[in-house]
Design a protein. Structure first.
Lengths: 222, 222
């Protein structure tokens, strides 16, 4: 059996990645981060999803990303915006995907994984520099050089199956694999029960996705 | 004033980097990691060094690198070897420098740093894949793509002033800058007082360095 590390935030994209990886026959190590994010409901969703999918190895790593500051997602002094603006949004967490992929690379090496699945998306999140294909390509080059297995000629592949899909197609992909999106939380400021605000960028993208997909939105709102 | 992030482990190489960065006129954010390493004496050394150098912003980030396992430095089940062997040593921590540089990149973005100083060395640590110039070059490429500032055309430079120097020349460089190496701890299994074992690879490299440099070794042994 081939093994993969799946970055599992508890949101819509990451559960779709998990379902895709399982459908391709991989055994899974799911990796989540407790990084001082406001929307801790995400982590509860990640745990519920891992259980639902029978993932035996789900690692939740605590990291101090919040100590860096500079993002509305981790810094209580900054408000989560409720209207869309141009450019790189204040919800961007500095170097977040670089940090997440770096840990995934270490876990992949220790668990002997052939692939790392990350649900980055360059369509809806075009404002985030670390969601772009060029960033992923650069990380793949780094991964080939950074690890013991890479030096021995066996590199881990960075898999981004959602990178070019609009949200509605991600939803269709997941539904075809039987994903229950009612388990997921996308909202940047969900309450402790996982109920979404309905107003932030993440809520807006998710709601629009279900509308365009023409399927019922299972999101529970506050 | 230009600002730099300096990765400060508390060892001989990192304090030399700190002294070099200060001598070049940078104000400093020092960044250390509490990652479940056996040699926690390193962190105490890092704190003492930051104080000695008047570094006002010293961040110690707790991260779960130990939970990955697979290295004698973080996994209590694996013994630290006391004789030198060929190939990549068991003291190699999977993806460690990738993780450290990823955090440094985020901190650089938040603090507006122009440079990140890391004391990697390809001469003595040739067994570690993530100490090689090709790895650093790949991380520089990634950094240019990964961040908001990079997208805006202002990239952070990854500075590796020690990468091509043998240990003895690192020591001469530091001594010329007035470094007190008695503050530093290099041993992989130092005791709580920072006294070195004298037998591990790190001790051997350090002792050889002082011998070749022809200067007194201030290391306190157990």
């Amino acid at each position: 059996m081939s093994h993969a590390v799946v970055l599992l935030s508890g949101g819509l994209d990451s559960v779709t990645c998990l379902a895709l990886a399982q459908s391709q026959g991989y055994t899974i190590t799911a990796l989540s981060f407790d990084y001082g994010q406001r929307h801790n409901a995400e982590l509860n969703a990640a745990r519920a999803i891992a259980t639902h999918y029978g993932v035996k190895d789900h690692r939740v790593l605590r990291i101090d990303l919040g100590a860096m500051g500079g993002s509305a997602l981790t810094d209580a002094a900054l408000a989560v915006p409720e209207s869309h603006s141009e450019g790189i949004p204040i919800t961007y967490v500095p170097a977040r995907n670089t940090v997440f992929l770096a840990f995934a690379l270490g876990v992949a090496e220790v668990t002997g994984a052939e692939a790392i699945f990350i649900g980055v998306n360059a369509v809806d999140y075009s404002g985030y520099p670390d969601c772009r294909p060029a960033f992923i390509d650069a990380f793949q080059t780094l991964a080939n050089l950074a690890t013991k297995t890479g030096v021995e000629g066996v590199s881990v592949r960075i898999e981004t199956p959602l990178i070019a899909l609009p949200k509605s197609e991600i939803i269709h992909t997941g539904l075809a694999l039987g994903v229950d999106y009612g388990l997921t939380v996308s909202c940047y400021q969900a309450d402790t029960h996982g109920h979404a605000c309905g107003r932030c960028d993440a809520c807006r993208l998710r709601r629009d996705g279900f509308q365009v997909a023409g399927v019922t939105d299972p999101t529970r709102y506050q």
